[in-house]
Design a binder for this molecule. Sequence first.
Ligand code: SF4
Ligand code: SF4
Length: 456
Amino acid sequence: MDLLLIFSGTFFFLFFIWFILVSVNEKEYLAVKRALLLTVIIPGFYFLPVALSFGGSEILGWLLLIVGWGFVFMLLLPFKGRFKLTAETARKRYDERDTMFSRNEITHRPELQKHYYETNPDKIDLDKPWQKKPGLMSEKSLFYSAISFTAADASFFPIEQLRPFVDGDVNSKKKSFDSAKMTNFLSNWAKKLGAVSVGFCEMQDDHFYSVRGRGEAYGNKVKANHKYGIALTVEMDKDLLAAGPAGPTLMESAREYLNSGVIAIQLAKFIRELGYEARAHVDGNYELICPLVARDAGLGEIGRMGLLMTPELGPRVRIAVVTTNIPLEVTPRFPDYTVHSFCSICKKCADVCPGNAIPKSKIEMIDGVQRWQVNHEKCFAYWCTSGTDCGRCMSVCPYSHPDNLLHKIVRWGIKNNWLFRHFALKMDDFFYGRKPKPSKIPGWIDFDESGSHLKN
Ligand code: SF4
Ligand code: SF4
């Protein structure tokens, strides 16, 4: 038995040492401190009976072995528990004019705004609170910093310049290809261009907006005439996001809107040159709801915060989509309802949300879809206060940890075992904090005297 106790103590000791090394690399210093404590306590339980050899240590030893390894065994059993969504498809298409971006844009277009509130009087009172705030990227906002806001603007600028290229002429000489090989090519090429994940689906009616709500296309009906959707994700930098709601999170959002948009524009141009219609859907120029297309293309599930939760990086991604008529192979989707099961117990995003915009309630049936509904007006009101797109919810989500071996094991456990799900949540709270504070603004950004660090 002594050998078993020494083996167990050594195993847990090495596990925590590995955890500490990973956490140092991830700059998770609270996790390092707490793991150091456990590196002493847990292996100590196993070494102590051997070292002391006191009377009754035999019984204690067996007890420790049974409890410790029994618990590990229980965590590894393939028992997912019951949780299944019964309705995922909306009955009607969403009008882009109802989005916060659209309602914000028309504050500069009085005729459109007048018409919007005449037809949507219920939105007048809902919009008053955010309309009184300084506004997105405003110099008067809480986290204004000339450096990070201007850097974000410098990434938004090329996106705006690229918007006219989302669509274009189609080569009249159509070429024929094997659809499986073309799908494989597009997937691999998009990844070479910087995508983390790529999926293909048949477009559904509810993927598309009914009416456009941005820019020159405001009020235009969406045709929804492409058969396939190609959804791709790009990773958002963990450190910049962790500084949110301060300026770096806005820099990172803008950078990834640009990166994902450029990839989508390249794919669409390529397909049009082969003789097939293709349109890229990029920041400020969407005809569809990206997370829904990405979900149906097998890239993840929609979680409590209303964003796509990918298996690799959780919500810490940006999405772009290409719609097209080139024949493609659809990516099979295997719905992962363990995400919803985890969200139903987690609520971490709701706890940290400075805008109090994320519900803590059970999943609900809303407009025929089983989901959680973020209060967009409250979220946007906070954006108009902070001047940034905040991103606290994304940053603290337990699925947002880096895609390394440690977190892959945790994600595997969350997916496979009901008890692991509960245990992982407790451990996430213990190591990273239930309400983790935003990280400091990285030093290479925080040299701006107009910055938020002076105001807080
Ligand atoms: S923080 Fe928790 S509740 Fe919120 S989306 Fe992530 S897993 Fe779900
Ligand atoms: S972005 Fe910020 S304000 Fe909006 S839902 Fe997430 S945490 Fe809340």
